[in-house]
Design a binder for this molecule. Structure first.
Ligand code: IPE
Ligand code: IPE
Ligand code: MG
Length: 241
């Protein structure tokens, strides 16, 4: 693809639309989630060549526990299976995998899978992949505030930011949501304050490298003002940071 003037260093994606993709094909919703994992693999592989250093994906929200039990347990099985199959390749490809979210409510099998995957890829740095699983933006902010309060640390924007679960990386520059829904659904409520938003009407299992490139092209045309005026921004480097 053509060289872009500004490339997001950190992309976040709400991978939505798996269930609808499956229903359209008269398949069980779980089949859509399985297909979704394959798309995620492709998007992960596409990031390094596009100079994206961090990819954060929303895989299971705090609210997704409210789905039918079979779907929740199917999603847990898919995660466990994907980990056992994919971690060796991620390790070889230089991807550092981290799980972001509460570990409460996860089975011992899933928890140990997450821990092993994180440990196995800890030394990698080509792409940082954050999988938000059992994650909610409000959970993130409330737990950070609770930790600070317990330690007696004054709550400021800087201290709260530093206590959030993804304080090790920059905020997402670009936030993509597939599935033709225009909402955040409790994803990265703090970190997305100045992310550029991009909504795709493709269902996640239909998303691909071409769709990613379309989002990157759109991002490159945005002017990120961070509260300043347009003439201030065109004279400084805020738009290309
Ligand atoms: C996103 O796809 C994946 C998860 C929330 C786990 P959905 O399962 O929400 O798919 P739709 O929105 O029902 O089509
Ligand atoms: C958001 O999708 C969560 C994930 C993609 C994991 P949902 O499908 O759960 O969001 P709502 O319920 O439509 O807002
Ligand atoms: Mg959905």
């Amino acid at each position: 693809m053509a060289e872009l003037l500004s490339v997001p260093r950190h992309i976040a994606i709400v991978m939505d639309g798996n269930g609808r993709w499956a229903s359209k094909r008269y398949m069980p919703r779980i089949a859509g989630h399985k297909q979704g994992v394959d798309v995620l693999k492709r998007i992960v592989s596409a990031c390094p060549s596009r100079n994206i250093g961090t990819l954060t994906v929303f895989a299971f929200s705090s609210e997704n526990w409210n789905r039918p039990v079979e779907e929740v347990s199917g999603l847990m099985d898919i995660l466990a299976m994907a980990l056992s199959r994919e971690v060796p390749k991620l390790q070889r490809d230089g991807v550092r995998l981290r799980f972001v979210g509460s570990r409460d409510g996860l089975s011992a099998r899933v928890k140990s899978g997450l821990e092993q995957a994180e440990a196995a890829t800890e030394g990698n740095s080509l792409l940082s992949l954050n999988v938000c699983f059992n994650y909610g933006g409000r959970w993130d902010i409330a737990s950070a505030a609770a930790r600070l309060a317990e330690a007696g640390t004054p709550i400021t924007e800087a201290s709260l930011s530093g206590a959030l679960s993804m304080s090790y990386c920059s905020d997402p520059d670009l936030l993509i949501r597939t599935g033709n829904e225009m909402r955040l659904s409790n994803f990265l409520m703090w970190q997305a304050a100045y992310s550029e938003l991009y909504f795709s009407d493709l269902l996640w299992p239909d998303f691909d490298e071409t769709a990613l490139d379309a989002a990157l092209l759109d991002y490159a045309s945005r002017e990120r003002r961070f509260g300043k005026t347009s003439s201030q921004v065109s004279g400084d480097s805020a738009n290309t940071a």
